[in-house]
Design a binder for this molecule. Structure first.
Ligand code: UD1
Length: 417
């Protein structure tokens, strides 16, 4: 059996960190999301993978090449225009097998979640499902036993709490259904509409509640959740150097040529990449992922955050529940707010609309190559676009577009004493 992984989308809801790379290439614990997915596919003994690529496709190809570096065979198909998931899957028709595993490229999964779907034999289509409190942003399925009665994409009204996970096994009949699929209300050719066609044709379409890991990365806070889910299972692996008087609780990964200097206190699980310097006197709290070639210095506290490659937070800073892009430099005293004074849940602007993150604690999202001056404060739920500079003493109360230079003017009065 081959696996088709849909990885052509951009991940607009994760802007600004998806300006320079697609969502599937965002890092978690030192690997792109897509590599975590491919590793799960490899664990169920599927080695032939078709990647549907589009947005920033060269970065994906440069990283994975023919797949031999990670023990799989990868074929690429370019989706020139992102016309929807049904269109993307349809492109794989000539290269698919009689049965094909199809996966979204933006969802962290495990061997177990795949096995549960693969265990079903002889169906025309099998969908992996999860029960979710608020499934309005998913495809939602009604079942009769384990036969799918209907599937409704992103319903405004409650249909069922069973969400489509984007893990499918399709027989080749799906390609005929795709050809008969029209555009949805959202203007896309959606695989859930093709599945609904199979149901109406009376085909055997099954829905199976899956166990194991499933963490869909739509919004920034889901990216933090997926980072947590991966770090929970991280092994203790120390390749770098740990100086005396460092205290580490729980598991950490410390990469090659990285150094943790004296006085540092780490509450694992945490991930520190290669060639990174931490300390002296840094406090790293659980679920923090730090990339390669970073510098996290004296009197810096990091908590539940993703810090990408080549980023420095060198002195006197706090970063909590945040996503910080690569090649950033935070000036001394840069502080991120992650809790409102009234303790209401934090809102974040996604595709222009203010959305409730549902979290009491959420920090900021900062694009690549952002520099902050001394004593910058970034309010909870705010975003700073890539390539921006924030002058000293600025308080970021609203989102900053990319390529901005934000300066604060002071009204100083100097009198003689
Ligand atoms: C999709 C499902 C939804 C399911 C959810 C699970 C559809 C129509 N809906 O919604 O039922 O509950 O996943 O997370 O499929 N992609 C392409 N080319 C395209 C469009 C998308 O490669 O033209 C890729 C994206 O990069 C992504 C995946 O397909 O990896 C899913 O696309 P996305 O638009 O995020 O679908 P969802 O809205 O999450």
């Amino acid at each position: 059996m081959k696996a088709v992984i849909l990885a052509a989308g951009r991940g607009t809801r994760l802007q600004p960190v998806t300006l320079d790379k697609s969502k599937c290439m965002l890092p978690i614990a030192g690997k792109p999301i897509l590599e975590h997915i491919i590793n799960a596919v490899k664990e169920v003994k599927i080695k032939d993978i078709i990647l549907i690529i589009g947005y920033k496709k060269d970065k994906i190809k440069d990283y994975f090449k023919d797949g031999s570096g990670i023990g799989v065979n990868i074929e690429y198909i370019t989706q020139e225009e992102r016309l929807g998931t049904a269109h993307a899957i349809g492109l794989a028709e000539s290269r698919a097998d009689e049965k094909t595993l199809v996966l979204n490229g933006d969802t962290i999964i495990s061997k177990r979640s795949l096995e549960d779907v693969l265990d079903v034999k002889d169906s025309t289509a099998t969908l992996g499902l999860k029960r979710i409190d608020d499934p309005r942003s998913y495809g939602v399925v009604k079942l009769d036993g384990n036969r799918v009665k209907c599937i409704v994409e992103k319903p405004a009204e409650f249909v069922s709490d069973l969400a489509n996970t984007g893990i499918y096994v399709f027989s080749s009949k799906i390609f005929d259904a795709i050809k008969r699929t029209g555009r949805s209300k959202r203007g896309e050719y959606e695989i859930t509409d093709s599945i609904e066609i199979l149901v109406k044709d009376g085909e055997d379409v099954r829905g199976i509640e899956i166990g194991g890991l499933w963490s869909d990365i739509g919004n920034p806070w889901n990216y933090l959740d997926s980072n947590q889910a991966i770090l929970k299972n991280i092994k203790n692996e120390i390749h770098g150097q740990i100086e005396d008087f460092v205290k580490i609780n729980g598991n950490i990964h410390l990469g090659h040529n990285s150094v943790i200097k004296s006085g540092t206190y780490i509450e694992g699980p945490a991930y520190i990449g290669d060639n990174t310097m931490v300390g002296p006197n840094t406090y790293i709290r659980s679920f923090t992922s730090i990339g390669d070639r970073c510098h996290i210095g004296n009197a810096v506290e990091l908590k539940n955050s993703i810090i990408m490659d080549h980023t420095n937070v060198p002195h006197l800073s706090y970063v909590g529940d945040s996503i910080i892009g690569s090649h950033c430099n935070f000036g001394a005293g840069t502080l991120v707010g992650n809790l409102r004074l009234d303790e209401k849940s934090i809102k974040m602007r996604i595709k222009g609309e203010l959305m409730d993150t549902g979290r009491r604690k959420m920090g900021c999202v900062v694009g690549d190559n952002v520099k902050t001056g001394l004593n910058v404060m970034i309010n909870s739920g705010r975003k700073i676009g890539s390539n921006s500079m924030i002058g000293p003493g600025v308080i970021i109360y609203s989102d900053v577009p990319e390529n901005s230079f934000v300066l604060q003017r002071q009204m100083l009065e100097t009198k003689s004493k």
